[in-house]
Design a protein around this ligand. Structure first.
Ligand code: FAD
Length: 344
């Protein structure tokens, strides 16, 4: 076969879609050891909401990502993309001014409303009003990945097992793993990269994140709020609240500390009672220089990595999967910013 793919999070999904599109044969290994893509808020937003600056390459990424998710909606006849405006609560007049200055940036003008939003929402504290982001949204990554995994299971293209690195044989023309012979192998393990003897030296600075889901019947908002935390409406009076950043804890488990941090932040701007109905966590595969990790192993050219999606996997995955495919199959050079050659 053409490819073995290790890991079926957003990176693995995006790469196998690329393989399908190009009629390549493949087999995926997935062991459920990581769940960043499953718990993710799934938000796509091209503006850094702390500083009102553009996210790296955001426009180019969205141009590829939105049709990519639309194709999947058609393939599975299910909705995954939920467009939603984001309201950024201003803390001061100075922040308002910074927002309007940023609106002049040609990259951001498509996404930032130049009006100061003064709408009153009974349950939200926003004395200085809001800045509104347009053309933003949420991908329901959990439903998408479940549908995709079921589809691969039916076609016998995924094995629910842990990939054992010690069993991988590198041959003259490719690789062999437990009797499966393939031309190439692509590793998409998220934070699981740390166990991969071929790529574990890459400078991943994983960041654990926790989220809670609340039931708040009186909140009544149909836009996303960004303040000390984000509030993301899911429908049926449910809202996702996130997310923490913890650079030390390498476990997948939700913690009391994470939950308390989120509720304390939430209560600085939301005044209604709520009940916590879910608490989840995952590890974001972030990189020292905040750019993805893409490319071939310097010595073993049939081994490649697709990782480092960081805090923005939804926007980044489709374009870097395409870049890796074009690199491996068509010899197109990778952009220096994403190539792992920058660390080797
Ligand atoms: C709390 C939180 C909130 C987030 N919110 C957002 C957001 O709003 N928007 C956004 O764009 N991004 C968000 N992210 C980031 C996003 O989730 C990541 O960028 C993205 O999911 C990473 O995808 P991945 O496929 O690289 O890794 P993962 O999702 O970790 O997938 C790796 C897969 O590889 C499998 N695997 C690993 N090792 C092995 C092995 N040896 N054998 C077999 N399988 C293996 C794992 O089980 C896993 O399924 C958030 C992340 C967190 C944690």
């Amino acid at each position: 076969m053409d490819y073995i793919v290790v890991g079926l999070g957003l990176a693995g999904l995006a790469f196998t879609k690329e393989l399908e599109k190009n009629k390549k044969s493949y087999l995926v290994f997935e062991d459920h050891s990581q769940n960043s893509s499953l718990v993710a808020g799934g938000v796509y937003n091209p503006v850094v909401l702390k500083r009102f600056t553009p996210v790296w390459n955001a426009t180019e990424q969205l141009d590829i990502a939105l049709p990519f998710y639309e194709d999947l909606e058609i393939q599975f006849n299910r909705k995954y993309d939920y467009p939603i405006d984001i309201y950024r609560i201003f803390k001061s007049v100075e922040e308002q001014n910074n927002w309007f200055a940023a609106c002049d940036n040609p990259v951001l003008s498509n996404f930032m409303s130049t009006k100061l939003i003064k709408e009153k929402h009974e349950c939200v504290l926003a004395d200085f009003g809001y800045g509104k982001l347009l053309n933003t949204g949420r991908i329901d990554t959990k439903t998408l990945l479940e549908d995709y995994r079921n589809y691969l299971l039916k076609k016998k293209l995924v094995r629910n097992e842990s990939f054992q690195y010690s069993e991988l044989k590198i041959t003259e023309n490719g690789v062999e793993y437990k009797g499966v012979i393939a031309s190439k192998i692509v590793f998409c393990e998220g934070f699981g990269l740390k166990n991969n003897p071929y790529f574990k030296e890459l400078p991943m600075q994983e960041a654990k994140g926790e989220l809670i889901t609340i039931h708040a019947p009186n909140l009544n908002i149909d836009f996303m709020i960004k303040s000390a935390a984000f509030v993301l409406p899911l429908g049926n009076n449910l809202y996702k609240i996130g997310a923490t950043f913890n650079w030390k804890d390498k476990t997948q488990l939700p913690t009391e500390e994470g939950k308390n941090e989120l509720t304390a932040k939430l209560e600085t701007f939301i005044t209604v009672p709520y009940e916590i109905v879910e608490h989840e966590s995952g590890i974001r595969p972030t990189v020292k220089d905040r750019r993805p990790l893409v490319g071939k192993h310097p010595k073993h050219q049939n081994l490649a990595v697709l990782n480092g999606l960081g805090t923005r996997g939804v926007m980044i995955a489709p374009s870097i999967a395409k870049a890796l495919y074009d690199h491996l199959e068509n010899g197109i050079a990778l952009d220096e910013e994403i190539s792992i050659a920058r660390f080797l």
